[in-house]
Design a protein. Structure first.
Length: 210
């Protein structure tokens, strides 16, 4: 139930659209249209997977045996995993107001480890994969005098987040994943031309994974 509630919260991506959405029809680039052109490689990081034939069925009928379209706007489309809807894949467009290009971020939601791909589509429709923003220093997440225990190894993932991209630190020790309290959240917010890094004090949430 907790994961389902989390996915419902993540579907708020649909409500957080950019003002440039009103121009979506100007160049014909929509989340659905770009998803149609993208390879289904991001689904290789899910338990359910998605074949090319299933992708076409998903777009045409709104569901397959393992996926359904959970919500859609011009800039966002979300696919929830069936039957429990406890994980999802979402595609979000970030429109460049300067040159008419679009950056399309497609990523997994709901799992302890996220994966994400970033693509750029220029005004002519040419699509190429691009690098995500550079991983922030792990010290960006920690308090002023906080230090990591010597047996902890950190990894920072770039994930799809509300309003932009989010950096998610993952900590490992000899036993596996470990918990380290964080002082800050790090995100990359879209300013209409590029992603800008933002470091904000972390708000602890009830039910947060220990």
């Amino acid at each position: 139930m907790h994961q389902y509630i989390r996915i419902c919260a993540l579907l708020a991506l649909l409500a957080v659209v950019l003002p440039a959405t009103v121009h979506a029809e100007d160049n014909g680039m929509t989340a659905r249209g770009i998803f149609t052109l993208l390879p289904a490689s991001i689904f290789e990081n899910t338990a359910e997977g998605l074949s090319d034939a299933e992708k076409q069925q998903l777009l045409a009928e709104g569901h397959t045996e393992f996926w359904e379209v959970a919500g859609e706007t011009e800039d966002v489309i979300v696919f929830a995993a069936l039957p429990f809807r406890d994980s999802a894949v979402a595609l979000r467009l970030f429109r460049n107001t300067a040159d008419g290009s679009v950056e399309a971020a497609i990523g997994t939601l709901g799992g302890p480890i996220c994966t994400m791909e970033l693509w750029r589509v220029d005004a002519s429709g040419r699509m190429v994969p691009i690098d995500t923003p550079p991983e922030p220093d792990i010290r960006d997440f920690l308090g002023q005098d906080q230090k990591l225990p010597p047996d902890i190894n950190p990894t920072v993932l770039i994930c799809l987040g509300l309003g932009g991209l989010k950096a998610e630190p993952v900590f490992w020790n000899s036993s596996g994943m470990a918990h380290v309290p964080l002082a800050n959240d790090v995100s990359f917010q879209w300013n209409g031309k590029a992603f800008e890094k933002q470091v904000t004090p972390r708000k602890e949430q009830s039910g947060e994974r220990p």
